[in-house]
Design a protein around this ligand. Structure first.
Ligand code: FAD
Length: 489
């Protein structure tokens, strides 16, 4: 039996702690904040409840799997519902579209609203599923940094189908040749933002992402997204995992290139095994000796961040659903602003999530809790006070213009996050939401490994390492790291 210290209680860190405790090890989690969840945060103000981070929950079976592994019924801990509607889309010229959980119906709705060929849309969604299966064989369940992964039977299946993945085209190029209406192209291009990338640079392989919503479904947990880490921490504690909240790790202790302990703001602890759920950059910059740094990986561009407004709105709007997108008129200029100029576009795309549409308790009666996300560059010292104020005004004007309302009259509570605040609250480098960007095919597939033999006994979990950011991939990182630990043991 080994003693295991985990740095961080993000979704990946908690999942790793559960898996290792279930293998019979003695796990302790150190979390700098007073509560678990990392980016899955909670904000409550004046009767409104907000999830401060993720709003879209896909692949819930990956959470259920952890309870099942422990021999528990997930429904005794955690419940969720499938949303019948995926997203409502709004364009400046008053084009509107609703997409739903059924791919055939969505294809029909796109044919009506966007004059798209329904058969093409349907085929595209189904092919996204086929591509997903190829990629997951190659990439989502195993370390890509082991020779055996590349020679396995699953990998052979992947290679045979590699030509279907669109590795040599950008996502935008692929969509432009598939769809006739630029609005459909824009709609499917937006899925690049699900891992913080630019559709004009990221490989078309990322077109697998719509599969998660349209074929597998979008979900919302009872009690909000924050219930995902809360329920998992309940399980972990029952299994015997120890949590030290408010105890930041200051140093990973090493004997040469082998880690053997942790020094926190309170004490030093010996461990046989350590796992970092913190972003790779602060882990290398502040916790480990400099000679162990993989400089090339650390210098790769970061994924996008966001400016997020949390608005208590004292009215309800029937024209809005749980997820809504108000598109910018020039997507190319918007992504160039974020990734090349590192600033906000003058009239950005606005994502509005209203959980009170499904969870009435999230807002007072007749009111709504608006979570507004505008994609933004990672923090590199921009004047965020000025950018956030300007952005707030642009968002209000855009919503007023498209919905024909005067939003200012209904805003009764507000708060916000910007890349600076995300960075300081979760230690993610630059406040990037998904670690490094996937703006080229190598960055997409060769992220930081879950284990490096150059730093023995240290495992890596979470959004900045393989296989990537977002709740499902962070859960996969914990699974892969556990597998690597078993192989190394
Ligand atoms: P993190 O959440 O990054 O947590 C890391 C934890 O480690 C933090 O709690 C931090 O305090 C702790 N830590 C760091 N350093 C130390 C230290 N030295 N000592 C102790 N503790 C430390 N994903 C989706 O799937 N769907 C979405 O809709 C979605 N939307 C998002 C919207 C926003 C606004 C944000 C911010 C993220 C969104 N994501 C979404 C991404 C998703 O939240 C992340 O990919 C995922 O939650 C990251 O989990 P993680 O395991 O990497 O840990």
């Amino acid at each position: 039996m080994s003693t295991v210290g985990v740095i961080g209680s993000g979704i990946g860190g908690i999942a790793f702690a559960i898996r290792m405790q279930l293998l019979g090890h003695n796990v302790t989690v150190f979390e700098a904040n007073e509560r678990p969840g990392g980016k899955l945060g909670l904000l409550e103000m004046q009767g409104y409840r907000f999830d401060t981070g993720p709003s879209l929950f896909t692949m819930p079976h990956l959470v259920d799997e952890l309870f099942e592994l422990a021999g528990k019924n997930p429904r005794d801990y955690f419940n969720y519902e499938r949303l019948p509607e995926i997203c409502r889309y709004f364009w400046e010229d008053q084009t509107r579209l609703k997409t739903v959980e059924d791919p055939a119906e969505t294809a029909q709705l796109m044919a009506e609203a966007l004059q798209e060929d329904a058969a093409t849309v349907y085929r595209y969604i189904k092919e996204a599923g086929e591509k997903y299966n190829i990629v997951s064989d190659l990439f989502l369940d195993d370390s890509l940094h082991k020779f055996s992964t590349w020679t396995s039977k699953k990998a052979m299946h992947g290679y045979a189908n590699l030509h279907k993945l669109g590795l040599f085209q950008t996502m935008h190029q692929s969509h432009r040749t598939t769809f006739r209406n630029p609005k459909t192209v824009q709609l499917f291009d937006r899925y690049a933002t699900y891992n913080g990338s630019d559709p004009y640079q990221t490989p078309a392989t990322l077109s697998i992402i719509p599969h998660l919503e349209y074929n597998l479904g979008a979900y919302f947990p009872k009690g909000g997204m924050v219930e995902i880490p809360n329920a998992l921490v309940r399980l972990a504690k029952e299994l015997g995992v120890q949590f030290h909240f408010g105890e930041a790790v200051k140093r990973i202790l090493c004997d040469g290139n082998k880690v053997n302990g942790i020094q926190t703001n309170e004490a030093s602890y010996d461990f046989d095994i350590i796992a970092s759920n913190a972003d790779i950059r602060p882990t290398y910059n502040h916790l480990l000796p400099t000679e162990l740094r993989p400089n090339k990986l650390l210098n790769q561009p970061k994924s996008s961040s966001g400016v997020i407004f949390y608005w208590g709105v004292k009215r309800s709007f029937d024209e809005l659903g749980v997820h809504n997108i108000f598109f910018s008129e020039d997507y190319r200029a918007e992504f160039d602003a974020i990734f090349k100029k590192e600033t906000l576009y003058k009239d950005p795309t606005v994502y509005v999530h209203i959980s009170s549409k499904v969870a009435k308790a999230d807002a007072p009666a007749g009111c709504e809790n608006w979570f507004i996300l505008v994609n933004a560059p990672a923090n590199s010292g921009q004047d965020w006070d000025e950018l956030v104020q300007r952005c707030r005004q642009q968002v209000i004007e855009k919503m007023n213009r498209i919905l024909g309302i005067k939003l200012e009259d209904y805003l009764v509570a507000e708060d916000y996050l910007d890349p600076r605040r995300i960075e300081s609250r979760t230690s993610s480098s630059g406040g990037a939401l998904y670690g490094n960007s996937s703006n080229n095919k190598f960055a997409a597939f060769l992220r930081h490994p879950n284990y490096r033999s150059a730093v023995k006994n240290l495992y890596w979990i979470g959004g900045s390492v393989h296989p990537g950011g977002g709740i499902p991939l962070c859960l996969s990182s914990a699974k892969i790291a556990t597998k690597l630990f078993q192989e190394n043991a």
